[in-house]
Write a protein that binds this ligand. Structure first.
Ligand SMILES: *Cc1c(COP(=O)(O)O)cnc(C)c1O
Length: 406
């Protein structure tokens, strides 16, 4: 028998030896977080503008969130969806309050929320086709979209790097050009069930739909009896200064997918569907073991509490003005390196003229964590409760990096 090992293996070694190599990870091990700050295992502090990819909506370890999760963990964690739990009921009420008359299904991730939307579209198409299956199921999505890594999500994501190696995809997806209404209109036929789109494309580089375009999609869907399904997984839950980013366009979708920021770090996804389509789902035709546990819903309720009590939508709106202006000044000062600022609120992309990798490393070196996005973009995703000082600090760090690379 071998004696228990007393050799301490580093986290990096453990990852090298045992974790699946499906990520090109930054060489950084994070061990603690408070608010907008995280610390690595050497004690170095960083301003976290990754927020776990738009997840930590109220920062790390917000006291109200921690207390709510601790309280719920000691009360009841999981019961399955064979029974009711008070937290799921209350969270559904709060989301319906935000989205409008309708119903909510809870799951665990963005991809699962979107799978539910895709299944909703299939049910709607079957109803449209007089109850006949597999006749009306086309979903029109946008070029450069990102909807997740499941087979449905991948099939709605027309990107080589996502689909390569996994074909054949699920049939029934077509792709049109964002902000080009005619390109969507010309794909509509009798076999079309839905239009499915991100309000602001996140992964592909922060590409927003214009309000006019979204209003046009709403009209198209009304005219052709299609569902307008909006993926708010990244842009929703306050990130743009409205609870849902589509609110800026004044439209009402037929269904919404959400996840990332909803649990503030606890995994939870949700689909909202308008009341008039909610009966498409019947007992038995969809389900999940983990979706909507008391613990996950308590975490999400705490996020909604903090957004309301601390007036974070108002703060994001007010503070993003000066922050964006300071970022645009970087474009003016370093035109060889950065050519544009896109997005809304705290969902921002800086368009670089070259690969973001070296910039992300230099930012990290100077204490700012930010993710890239497609098309040479650096994404900036501060928590919704980032202070004006932290926003200003991010600009200082970016400025120092651009200046050093000039
Ligand atoms: C992240 C993301 C998803 C996938 O969410 P997961 O929780 O990673 O499954 C889907 N759609 C959009 C717009 C996203 O940003």
């Amino acid at each position: 028998m071998t004696s228990p090992s007393i050799v301490r293996t580093s986290t990096a070694e453990l990852y090298d030896a045992h974790v699946l190599k499906n990520y090109a990870r930054a060489p950084l091990t994070l061990v603690r977080g408070r608010g907008t700050q995280v610390w690595d295992d050497a004690g170095k502090a960083y301003l976290d503008f990754t927020s776990g990819i738009a997840v930590s909506a109220v920062g790390h370890c917000h006291p109200h969130w921690v207390a709510a999760v601790q309280r719920q963990a000691g009360e009841l964690i999981h019961v399955s969806n064979l029974f009711r739990n008070p937290q799921q009921g209350e969270l559904a009420r709060r989301l319906v309050q935000r989205a409008g008359p309708g119903r909510v299904f809870f799951c665990n991730s963005g991809a699962e929320a979107n799978e539910t939307l895709i299944k909703l579209a299939r049910l709607h198409g079957m109803k449209k086709a007089g109850g006949e299956e597999a006749r009306c199921f086309k979903i029109i999505c946008a070029q450069h979209a990102f909807h997740g890594r499941t087979f449905g999500g991948m099939s709605a994501t027309p990107q080589e790097k996502i689909q390569k190696g996994f074909r054949p995809m699920v049939p029934g997806f077509a792709f049109a050009e964002i902000n080009h209404l005619a390109s969507f209109a010309e794909l509509i036929d009798d076999g079309t069930a839905a239009i499915f789109i991100e309000t602001i494309q996140g992964e592909s580089g922060i590409n927003p739909c214009t309000p006019e375009f979204l209003a046009g999609l709403r009209q198209l869907c009304d005219r052709h009896n299609l569902l307008l399904m909006i993926d708010e997984v990244q842009c929703g839950i306050g990130r743009t200064g409205r609870f849902y980013a589509f609110e800026h366009a004044g439209i009402t979708p037929d269904a919404i997918g959400m996840a990332k920021g909803l649990g503030g770090g606890f995994p939870i996804g949700a689909m909202w569907v308008a009341e008039r389509h909610a009966e498409l789902f019947q007992p038995g035709n969809h389900g999940t073991t983990f979706g909507g546990t008391p613990l996950a819903c308590a975490a999400a309720l705490a996020v909604l509490d903090v957004i309301e009590r601390e007036r974070l939508l108002e703060k994001v709106t007010a503070q993003s003005g000066p922050w964006h202006a300071a970022l645009r000044q970087l474009v003016a000062d370093f035109p060889q390196q950065v050519t544009g600022v896109r997005g809304q609120g705290y969902l921002v992309g800086l368009q670089l003229t070259s690969e973001p990798g070296p910039y992300l490393a230099a930012l990290r070196e100077r204490g700012l964590l930010a993710p890239s996005a497609g098309g040479n973009v650096v994404r900036l995703l501060p928590p919704l409760n980032a202070t004006p000082e932290e926003l200003a600090q991010s600009v200082q760090i970016l400025r120092a990096v651009f200046a050093a690379k000039r």
